[in-house]
Design a protein around this ligand. Structure first.
Ligand SMILES: Cc1ncc(COP(=O)(O)O)c(C=O)c1O
Length: 403
C-alpha cells in the first residue's frame, strides 16, 4: 500500500503523549486520545487556578467563574449558537436523558409518537423508551437505505402529526453514515415535531452549525472531541429550554428557595444543579481550540481519505465484509467471515492495532444486520496510512489463522 498525501498523519502525533510509536489507535469513536494542550489545561486547572465557580467572592473564584463562562461562550461559537443555549452535562447520554425527562416528560401525552432510527446508539433509544412508558407515548423506527443510511424517504412517509419528537444520530457510531440533518429537520418540523440530533460522532469529524442544521436540540460528549471524560454539551433553542422544568434540584439552579416554594434560575443555570465539572469544562475549551486550530474541514477530508483507503483495502480481502456507505465519516465497521469480531480484535491487538469489537451499544442495528457484533476501526486526527497498513496486515493474519 502506498502512502498518499491525504492519508499521512496530520502532523499532530507528537501532541498525543499516550500514543506510543508503532501503536495504531483505531478506537476514536469510543473515545479519543488527548492532546497536550488539553492535558495542560486540566493540569493548570487543578495545579494553578483551581477554585469553585458562581459562588466565591474572592478573586480566584471570580477568575475561575470567568474561565468557566468563557468556555461556554467558546462552545456557543463552536456550535454557532447563543451562550444561554449551552448547557454543560456529563456527556451525550446525560444530554439526551435531560431532554427526554424535561422536554418530552412535560410535553408528551398518551398517544403521542417519537421517531427514532434503526441505527441509534442505546443512549438515543433507552431514554425515549423510559419517557414513552411514563407518559404512554409510542416509538416508531425509521429503517435504513440499502447503503445503510437513515432512510429519509421512509421517514417522510412515516411522519404524522402525532409525532412530537424525532431523535437521530448525526453520524452513526457503527456505520459512519452521515445524516442529511437539514432535510430531517425540515421533515420533522413539517409535522410540528421537534428534532434532537445526537452529535457525538459528528462534532469531532464535521464542521457543525446549529443555524444550518436547524435542529431543536443537539448533544455531544467532550471525550470524543479530544477533551476530558465527564463533560459534554446539550445545546437547545432558548425558548424551548426556557419553557422546560429543571432536570435535577440543588445548588446553582435556583432563583429563590423557601420551604413554601422554590423558583428556578433561567437557562442554562436551571439545568446545571450542583458544583459542576469545572476543570472538565476548561479541558473542553482547550479541546475545541485544538480541533479548530487544525480545522474541522481539514479533519473531515483527512478522515474521508482514511475511510476510502480502508474500505478499499478491506474489501479486497475475500472473506471480509465492510458495512456502511462509501462516504462514511471516519468509521469503518467490518466482519471477517467465520471469525468472531472479538477474535479479530484480539489478534489485531497482538500486532499493536487497537479496534473495537462488539455491538457498539447499538443492538437493534446489529439485529437488523443479522449479526451479534462487528469489528470497527475509527479514526482520529493522529491516524495515517501506516495505521491502515497495520490494520490490513492484521486482518490478513486473522484470515490466515482461521484458514
Ligand atoms: C452516537 C453516540 N451517541 C451517544 C453516545 C454516548 O456517549 P457518552 O457515553 O459519552 O455519553 C455515543 C458513545 O459511544 C455515541 O457514539
Amino acid at each position: 500500500m502506498t502512502l498518499d498525501l491525504d492519508t499521512r498523519p496530520l502532523d499532530v502525533l507528537a501532541d498525543f503523549p499516550a500514543i506510543p510509536a508503532g501503536w495504531a489507535y483505531l478506537d476514536t469513536a469510543a473515545t479519543s486520545q488527548k492532546p497536550r494542550p488539553v492535558i495542560d489545561a486540566i493540569t493548570r486547572g487543578y495545579a494553578e487556578s483551581y477554585a469553585t465557580v458562581h459562588r466565591g467572592v474572592y478573586q480566584r473564584s471570580a477568575d475561575m467563574t470567568f474561565a468557566y463562562e468563557a468556555a461556554r461562550r467558546r462552545v456557543a461559537r463552536f456550535l454557532g449558537g447563543d451562550e444561554r443555549e449551552v448547557i454543560f452535562v456529563r456527556g451525550a447520554t446525560e444530554g439526551i436523558n435531560l431532554v427526554a425527562q424535561c422536554w418530552a416528560g412535560s410535553q408528551l401525552k398518551a398517544g403521542d409518537r417519537i421517531l427514532l432510527s434503526q441505527l441509534e446508539h442505546h443512549s438515543n433509544i433507552v431514554p425515549w423508551q423510559m419517557v414513552a412508558e411514563r407518559v404512554g407515548a409510542e416509538i416508531d423506527v425509521v429503517p435504513l437505505t440499502a447503503d445503510q443510511r437513515i432512510d429519509l424517504d421512509a421517514m417522510a412517509a412515516m411522519l404524522t402529526e402525532k409525532h412530537k419528537l424525532v431523535a437521530l444520530a448525526h453520524v452513526s457510531n457503527v456505520l459512519g453514515s452521515v445524516l442529511d440533518c437539514r432535510r430531517a429537520a425540515d421533515l420533522a418540523h413539517g409535522v410540528g415535531a421537534k428534532i434532537l440530533l445526537d452529535g457525538c460522532q459528528a462534532v469531532p469529524r464535521l464542521p457543525v452549525d446549529m443555524a444550518a442544521l436547524d435542529c431543536d436540540f443537539y448533544v455531544f460528549s467532550g471525550h470524543k472531541l479530544y477533551g476530558p471524560t465527564g463533560i459534554g454539551v446539550l445545546w437547545g433553542r432558548y425558548e424551548l429550554l426556557d419553557a422546560m422544568p429543571p432536570y435535577q434540584g440543588g445548588g446553582s439552579m435556583i432563583d429563590r428557595v423557601t420551604f413554601a416554594k422554590t423558583t428556578y434560575a433561567p437557562p442554562p443555570g436551571r439545568f446545571e444543579a450542583g458544583t459542576p465539572h469545572i476543570v472538565g469544562v476548561l479541558g473542553l475549551h482547550a479541546a475545541i481550540d485544538y480541533v479548530d486550530s487544525i480545522g474541522l474541514a481539514r479533519i473531515h477530508a483527512h478522515e474521508a481519505a482514511l475511510v476510502a483507503q480502508t474500505r478499499a483495502a478491506l474489501s479486497s480481502i475475500n472473506s471480509v465484509r465492510v458495512f456502511g456507505p462509501e462516504a462514511s465519516a471516519g468509521i469503518v465497521s467490518f466482519a471477517v467471515e467465520g471469525v468472531h469480531p472479538h477474535d479479530v480484535a484480539t489478534i489485531l491487538d497482538e500486532g499493536q492495532v487497537a479496534i473495537r469489537a462488539g455491538h457498539h451499544c447499538a443492538q437493534p442495528l446489529m439485529d437488523s444486520l443479522g449479526l451479534p457484533a462487528t469489528a470497527r476501526a475509527s479514526f482520529g486526527v493522529y491516524n495515517g496510512a501506516r495505521d491502515i497498513e497495520a490494520l490490513v496486515k492484521g486482518v490478513e493474519r486473522v484470515t490466515r489463522i482461521f484458514g
